[in-house]
Design a protein around this ligand. Sequence first.
Ligand code: ZN
Length: 133
Amino acid sequence: MKKIEHIGIAVKDLETSNNLFAKLFGEAHYKVESVESEGVNTSFFQVGPNKIELLEATNPDSPIAKFLEKRGEGIHHIAYDVEDIRAEMKRLESEGFTLLNTEPKKGADNKLVCFLHPKTTNGVLVELCQEIA
Ligand code: ZN
């Protein structure tokens, strides 16, 4: 893994939180993107070299809706930048981690992504992401 790519935060209302985080960072988000397959609307903030992703559910079956119900608003996942997502998925699976998808899927912000089940990563949902060239 190369570095932390971004940190994902689950929020109830994206617009309210966009305003809140714009105040916190002193700068507005630079993009909003919906990922239909995941049932989420996302926004991204640049904080120096780092990125923060806010996630709002678009329907009650969305993983974000379930997360909010169970744990409330807060840190949802940590995403790591990887060079070759398929190779990393294979390596991590052989190390005993549980992958939530067997094939990389298209995520927000022009990435191929894969999630690791939090039960195998001390309760923290891990996202692998590889920039789509
Ligand atoms: Zn993410």
